[in-house]
Design a protein around this ligand. Structure first.
Ligand SMILES: C[S@@+](CC[C@H](N)C(=O)[O-])C[C@H]1O[C@@H](n2cnc3c(N)ncnc32)[C@H](O)[C@@H]1O
Length: 230
């Protein structure tokens, strides 16, 4: 498994992919489709009514309804947290005494009871700042909704997303308390089955969830590992 310390992020390679002409034309088509879907999406409308920052909130709510992961008083780590839909859900669920530590490469507006660390999760320095925020406290649940910026080149996007989720699992293994839980978005494709096997090694049970708010045509699923073996 890749560890944050061991793997150097190749950002030059990533920017080459982003500027590839094939990536640019695919991206403009998918941006138009995304905008069209977004305007008509019932979860987007519901998020506006409920005061959630993103439609993603409904994915975590659905997972938590089924798997009963986040409870009052817990410490939750939210990776890939911006704009903050999952952090909102988590901070409400852990209230009044719980805590959320959130991190994203993008900025995120402040939220009560959420400590936010901005930076690229693939960088060792960011990993260390998150660890400093945890300060040795046993984490109950690590949730990761991280997804890389899509280049439109499927194999590169898949590799980048597996890389991020492997780093999230590595973090979970370092901070979770025994019997803690892990939720991570993963895209089905190259490397998916191997990643599922890695999660199984570390948790007593593993289920794969596809919440209703996750678009049917998206290859994203959520792995839920329960009972961290420590
Ligand atoms: C689907 S969004 C998360 C939505 C969020 N869970 C919510 O409920 O609002 C995926 C996030 O992963 C973040 N991300 C992608 N690559 C990252 C990286 N290298 N380090 C940290 N965050 C990253 C993106 O900036 C983006 O905010």
């Amino acid at each position: 498994m890749a560890s944050v310390a061991e793997v150097a992020y190749n950002s030059a390679f990533h920017s080459q992919i982003q500027s590839h002409p094939m990536a640019r034309s695919n991206r403009s088509k998918s941006s138009a489709r995304w905008l069209d879907e977004h305007v008509n999406d019932p979860y987007v409308k519901q998020a506006q009514i409920d005061g959630y920052r993103s439609r993603a909130s409904y994915k975590l709510l659905a997972i938590n309804d089924k798997d009963k992961l986040i409870r009052p008083g817990m410490l939750v780590m939210d990776l890939g947290s911006a704009p903050g839909g999952w952090s909102q859900v988590a901070s409400r669920l852990v209230a009044p005494k719980g805590r959320v530590i959130a991190s994203d490469i993008l900025p995120m507006d402040a939220m009560a009871d959420v400590e936010f660390i901005q930076g690229d999760f693939t960088e060792q320095e960011v990993f260390e700042r998150i660890m400093a925020a945890v300060d040795g406290a046993p984490v109950d649940v690590v949730i990761s909704d991280m997804a890389p910026n899509l280049s439109g080149i499927a194999s590169a996007d898949q590799a980048a997303s597996i890389y991020l989720v492997e780093l999230a699992l590595d973090m979970a293994c370092q901070v979770l308390k025994p019997k803690g839980s892990f939720v991570a978005k993963v895209f089905q494709g190259e490397g998916y089955e191997a990643f599922v096997r890695q999660v199984r090694e570390h948790f007593d049970s593993l289920v794969v969830r596809k919440p209703q708010a996750s678009r049917a045509r998206s290859r994203e699923v959520y792995l839920v590992g329960k009972g961290f073996k420590g």
